[in-house]
Design a protein around this ligand. Structure first.
Ligand code: GAL
Length: 422
C-alpha cells in the first residue's frame, strides 16, 4: 500500500480513537451475510457536515427500505482522526460497509492497495455515466474502471468574513490581490483586533498555503506542482512562502491547537475578520445560525475553482453488499444529491441539478464551477496521495513553529520527490 509509512505511524494512538468513535466497530450487527445494517464511515459528526449527512440518510431511509443506516462517523476536520481509524480497520480486514474518500489521488491509494471494489457495472445500471460531467468521470476512472460515487463538488479557495468587523474597519470592497488583502488585514488590526485572519492546525495551513501558491503560480503551474510539470524549487514557491509567512503574522498564535471550527468561531465572535476555508463553512455557519458572513475567492485566485469531491466506495469485505449498493445508488441519485448538498455547502456532482433549489452561496458556486478553471487540492486529496498530504501537513506544521523558509521549501521538494507519480 502506498501510504504504508504514514499508516504505520497512524496506528499508534488508534486504539484511543477507536474507543472515542461513537460507532467504531462494525461487528455489532450480528455480522456475516444477511445483515441489513449499513455502516457509513465519515468525519461528518457535527454542524453543517452532520446536517448534510442527515439529509442523505433521510433519502436512504426512503429509497432503501429494510436497510438500516449505522453512523460510523469519527469527528475531526478533514478526516484528521477518521483516516487513522480507517487505515487501522482496513489493515485488520474490518472495513465499514462504505467510507468517504476524496476523488482523485486519495482514492487511487485505496484502489492501488486493492481495498475497494470496481463498481463500473453499477454505474451503467444506475445511469451515472450520463449523470456526472465527463471531466469528473475521467478523474474517477482508473484503467477503465470506476470505484466510487461522488456526492458533491466542494470548493476550497474561499475566504469567509465577519461583515460587521470588516465594515467597522472601513473596508468597503473585498480584496482582489495579495496587496489589497494585506492592506485590509492592517485596517482590521488598527481597530485593535490582533489576529484578523483566523486559522487552525496543519491541514488548514496547507489550504491557505495552496491558495497563495495559486495566486503566485496561476492555475496551470499550480496544477503542475502535483503532476510533476512544475518544479517545487520554482521561484514562485519561494515567493509564496514569503507571502504565507507574512499572512501568518496576522493569525492567532494558538493556531496549531485549533480545528477549522475553532477558527470559524473566532470569526463568528468578531475576534477575527477573515478565514480561508472550504465551502463546508457556508453550511456550518448556516447550521449555527450565524448570518452576518460574507465570502470571496482568495485574493489573486481569479477565475480558479479549487475543487474536491467527497465520494463513497464499496470496500472489499463489506458485510452488507446489497445495502451498501443501495447507499451508493442513493448518493448518486438526483434526490440524494439534493438532500445532501443543499445542507452541506457543496454543489451537486450531477449536471441535472436545479440551481434555484440551492441557497445563495451554492447558486454562485454552481455558476463558477461551470465557467472557471478547475485546480485540485492536496489538503483534500484531489491533487495528492495520502502519503504526500501527510508530508505536506507535517512540513506546514513544522513551519508554523520554526518559520524556516528554506526548510519548508526543502521539505516540500522532498515530499514531491518521494510521492509524485507513485
Ligand atoms: C473535507 C471534506 C469536506 C469537509 C471538510 C472539513 O476533507 O471533503 O466534506 O468535511 O473536510 O471537515
Amino acid at each position: 500500500m502506498r501510504f504504508t509509512r504514514r499508516a504505520a505511524v497512524a496506528v499508534v494512538g488508534v486504539a484511543a480513537l477507536l474507543a472515542a468513535s461513537a460507532c467504531g466497530g462494525s461487528d455489532d450487527d450480528g455480522g456475516g451475510t444477511g445483515s441489513t445494517k449499513v455502516e457509513v464511515f465519515t468525519w461528518w459528526a457535527d454542524g453543517g457536515e452532520k446536517a448534510g449527512l442527515d439529509g442523505l440518510v433521510g433519502t436512504f431511509g426512503t429509497a432503501c427500505a429494510g436497510q438500516e443506516f449505522v453512523n460510523g462517523a469519527v469527528a475531526g476536520g478533514a478526516g484528521a482522526n477518521a483516516k487513522q481509524v480507517l487505515a487501522s480497520r482496513l489493515q485488520q480486514s474490518d472495513p465499514p460497509d462504505t467510507f468517504q474518500a476524496h476523488a482523485g489521488a486519495e482514492l487511487l491509494d485505496y484502489i492501488n492497495a486493492g481495498q475497494i471494489e470496481d463498481i463500473s457495472a453499477d454505474y451503467e445500471t444506475w445511469g451515472l455515466k450520463q449523470a456526472f460531467p465527463q471531466g469528473l468521470i475521467d478523474n474517477l476512472t482508473v484503467d477503465g474502471k470506476i470505484y466510487s460515487v461522488p456526492a458533491n463538488i466542494h470548493r476550497a479557495n474561499v475566504v469567509w468574513s465577519n461583515k460587521t468587523v470588516v465594515a467597522d474597519a472601513g473596508i468597503t470592497a473585498d480584496p482582489k490581490t495579495m496587496d489589497e488583502f494585506f492592506a485590509a488585514l492592517d485596517k482590521v488590526k488598527a481597530k485593535g483586533i490582533t489576529a484578523p485572519l483566523a486559522i487552525g492546525k496543519d491541514w488548514t495551513q496547507l489550504m491557505l498555503f495552496e491558495s497563495v501558491l495559486i495566486t503566485n503560480l496561476g492555475a496551470e503551474k499550480f496544477t503542475g506542482l502535483w503532476n510533476g510539470s512544475t518544479d517545487w524549487n520554482d521561484p514562485g514557491v519561494a515567493k509564496s512562502i514569503t507571502d504565507f509567512k507574512r499572512l501568518l503574522t496576522y493569525t492567532n498564535s494558538d493556531r496549531d491547537a485549533l480545528d477549522w471550527t475553532d477558527a470559524e468561531k473566532l470569526v463568528m465572535e468578531g475576534k477575527a475578520a477573515y478565514q480561508l476555508m472550504g465551502d463546508w463553512e457556508a453550511a456550518d455557519l448556516d447550521a449555527k445560525k450565524f448570518t452576518d458572513y460574507g465570502y470571496f475567492t482568495f485574493p489573486g485566485n481569479g477565475g480558479t475553482f479549487q475543487w474536491l469531491a467527497d465520494s463513497f466506495v464499496l470496500p472489499k469485505g463489506a458485510k452488507n453488499v446489497d445495502g451498501t449498493k443501495c447507499w451508493l445508488k442513493t448518493v448518486g441519485s438526483a434526490e440524494g444529491q439534493k438532500a445532501f448538498n443543499t445542507t452541506k455547502g457543496s454543489i451537486p456532482a450531477r449536471t441535472d441539478a436545479v440551481p434555484a433549489d440551492y441557497p445563495k452561496y451554492q447558486q454562485a458556486a454552481i455558476a463558477d464551477w461551470k465557467s472557471q478553471t478547475p485546480v485540485p487540492s492536496c489538503a483534500h486529496g484531489s491533487a495528492c496521495s495520502q502519503g504526500w498530504q501527510g508530508a505536506a501537513n507535517s512540513a506546514l506544521g513544522a513551519y508554523s513553529s520554526n518559520g524556516d523558509d528554506a526548510g519548508l521549501q526543502k521539505a516540500l521538494v522532498a515530499a514531491a520527490t518521494e510521492f509524485a507519480k507513485k
